[in-house]
Ligand binder design. Structure first.
Ligand code: SF4
Length: 318
C-alpha cells in the first residue's frame, strides 16, 4: 500500500491489522469480511483479499512457513516480481533485483534509456540492469538505498544532480536529459459517471447487499447502488424501477439526501444518495441481503462512500 498512498495513511492500518492478526495462522482463520473490515477505507481491496488467500495457502499448504525465494513467493496470490524481490532482499537479505517507480526512474536515467520503460523491451533492460548491479553482500540494504536515492535526490521533476553520489555514472546527467527520461506513462482518460445509492428502509433498518466477485469492491457491503443515465433529467421513475429490478421491492422514494464525489481508477463518480421506504414486495433470491439498523453499520465493511452515506443516516433522523 506504500506504493499507492503515504506512510502516514498506512501506519495506523498496519498497526491495527497486526494487532488483530498477529500471526499468519490467525489471518488464515479469519473471515474475509473481518479482513475487509480492518482494511476499510484504504481502497485496493483485492490486496486485502489476496493477503488473506496467501495466508490460507501458507498456513494450509506450506506448513505455516512463508516462502523465502522469488519463485515461491510469486506462487502466492497478489505477489508479483517487484514485491517478491522486495520481500526476498529486505526480509531475508538475499540477492533479488527490484524495479518499482523510484528505481525505474533512477535506472532509466543512469542508463540514459529513452525508450518506454514500461514496454517489454524497457522492462527487460531495467530488470537486467537491476540484476547486474546487485552486490553479493547486503543486497537488501543496497536495494533500499537505491529506492531512497530514486525517491529523494533523483526526483521526477527536480533531480538534485549536484548532490547525487552516482552522477559520475549517470548518462542522463552527462547528456543533460534528466527531465526527458524516463518517458512518462500515458495518462488514463477520465470518464464522468453518475450513480445512485438508495438506502431502502423497512422497520427502521436499512437494506445492505454484499457486493459479489467481479464487481468493484467485491466482498464489501453497500446500499442498493447503480449507474444513472447521464442524460436523465428526472431520475425518480428510473430509480424506482431499478430498485425493483435489483431487489424485488417496491419503494416510495424520498428526496435526495446528499451528493458525494469520488474517484475510482479512471472514473470520476458523482453519487446521488437517497432514502426510500420499502412498501411492498419480497427480496430477490441469489443475493446476500441484510436489514441493518443504523447503530449497527459499524459492524459491516463498507466502501468509502458507503461509509459516508451510512454516517449521514446514523446522524440524521430520517
Ligand atoms: S545524476 Fe541526477 S539524474 Fe542521474 S541519478 Fe543522480 S539525481 Fe538522478
Amino acid at each position: 500500500m506504500l506504493q499507492q498512498t503515504t506512510v502516514v495513511a498506512v501506519v495506523p492500518y498496519f498497526e491495527r491489522f497486526m494487532t488483530r492478526f498477529p500471526t499468519v495462522q490467525q489471518l488464515a482463520e479469519a473471515e474475509e469480511s473481518e479482513v475487509l473490515k480492518q482494511w476499510e477505507g484504504l481502497g485496493y481491496y483485492s490486496r486485502a483479499r489476496n493477503i488473506h488467500k496467501a495466508a490460507q495457502i501458507v498456513s494450509s499448504q506450506l506448513g505455516g512457513i512463508f516462502p523465502s525465494d522469488v519463485a515461491g513467493l510469486q506462487e502466492l496470490p497478489g505477489i508479483g516480481r517487484y514485491t517478491a524481490g522486495a520481500i526476498v532482499s529486505f526480509a531475508y537479505d538475499k540477492r533479488a533485483p527490484i524495479v518499482e517507480a523510484n528505481t525505474l526512474r533512477l535506472y532509466a536515467r543512469l542508463l540514459g534509456y529513452d525508450g518506454d520503460p514500461r514496454s517489454k523491451e524497457g522492462q527487460q533492460v531495467l530488470w537486467s540492469f537491476a540484476e547486474a548491479v546487485l552486490p553479493k553482500t547486503q543486497p537488501g540494504r543496497f536495494n533500499q538505498a537505491l529506492m531512497e536515492l530514486g525517491a529523494s535526490l533523483c526526483s521526477p521533476k527536480l533531480p538534485d544532480c549536484e548532490q547525487c553520489p552516482v552522477s559520475g555514472f549517470c548518462r542522463a546527467f552527462r547528456d543533460q536529459t534528466q527531465l526527458e527520461i524516463p518517458q512518462l506513462a500515458k495518462r488514463a482518460v477520465i470518464t464522468d459517471v453518475t450513480e445512485a445509492s438508495i438506502a431502502v428502509r423497512r422497520n427502521n433498518a436499512y437494506l445492505l447487499r454484499r457486493r459479489t466477485t467481479g464487481e468493484r469492491w467485491a466482498g464489501l457491503w453497500d446500499f442498493v447502488r447503480f449507474e444513472l443515465a447521464a442524460a436523465t433529467t428526472d431520475d425518480v421513475p428510473h430509480i424506482v424501477e431499478s430498485v425493483h429490478q435489483r431487489t424485488g421491492l417496491k419503494i416510495d422514494l424520498g428526496p435526495q439526501l446528499a451528493e458525494l464525489k469520488h474517484g475510482v481508477t479512471r472514473y470520476r463518480i458523482t453519487l446521488k444518495c437517497f432514502v426510500a421506504d420499502s412498501v411492498a414486495g419480497t427480496l430477490r433470491d441469489g443475493e446476500e441481503w441484510q436489514w441493518v439498523k443504523a447503530a449497527k453499520f459499524d459492524d459491516f465493511a463498507l466502501s468509502v462512500t458507503g461509509r459516508k452515506f451510512a454516517k449521514l443516516l446514523a446522524e440524521s433522523l430520517f
